[in-house]
Ligand binder design. Structure first.
Ligand SMILES: [Zn+2]
Length: 212
């Protein structure tokens, strides 16, 4: 049956317009027959050009494979540049180290409010890797970094070009991001104040007109 809707191919995701593609129905009992993607039931649509559809699916699989390989490579690189080993442990200090500097973190492992996550601090002299260790059930006695929460475990590394390059290429500069966001918020506030100023002036002008 011809597809009659604006939809997407259930296999390759290509956009289908009314009149393009084939609509078909997979009932609960047909599920295992492989008419549609695993577990999908109900009305769906697919491309008419099977070869092109298959090529697109293959291309997507290949890209996903490359993405996963890249991710693994980065993880290994991170592990070799910043090993969480005892000889890099930053040591203990009364009240914990309060690190100040430029902060970096990845999107997937960033610091969270539950006492988890990881981040890096470039203090200018060294790079610290902080592993948040403030969750319920964590052993807080190992914490040497003051976080405002229960603390984190900090490892310290020499600031090498390789390590800085990793941070620049594979993490987000949180300090810079925060500054940018703050500036944007200030800009918005300024605009709002100018607008309010304009409204006040208009009200005053209107009052003056009434007084005349
Ligand atoms: Zn398709």
């Amino acid at each position: 049956m011809k597809n009659k809707k604006h939809t997407h191919c259930c296999w390759c995701g290509a956009a289908l317009t009314p009149g393009v593609g084939t609509a078909f129905f997979v009932g609960e009992e047909d599920e295992m027959l492989g008419f549609g993607p695993m577990g999908a039931t109900g009305w769906m649509a697919k491309c008419e050009e099977k070869e092109e559809c298959r090529a697109r699916v293959e291309e997507q699989n290949e890209k996903e494979k490359q993405r996963k390989a890249e991710e693994k490579k980065n993880k290994n690189l991170e592990r070799s540049l910043f090993p969480e080993e005892i000889q890099y442990f930053g040591g203990f200090k009364e009240g914990g180290f309060c690190l100040s500097g430029i902060e970096y973190m990845t999107e997937e492992k960033g610091r969270n409010i539950y006492g988890g996550g990881e981040w890096y601090v470039d203090t200018g002299e060294n790079i610290w890797k902080c592993i948040n260790n403030g969750m319920d059930g964590d052993d807080w006695s190992q914490n040497n970094i003051s976080t405002g929460g229960a603390g984190a475990i900090g490892y310290i590394y020499a600031k090498t070009q390789e390590r800085m390059e990793f941070l620049k290429n594979h993490t987000i500069n949180i300090t810079e991001k925060r500054q940018r966001e703050e500036e944007e918020a200030n800009e918005e506030a300024k605009k709002l104040i100018t607008k309010i100023g304009g409204v006040k002036w208009e009200v005053q002008t209107f009052k003056n007109l009434l007084m005349q």
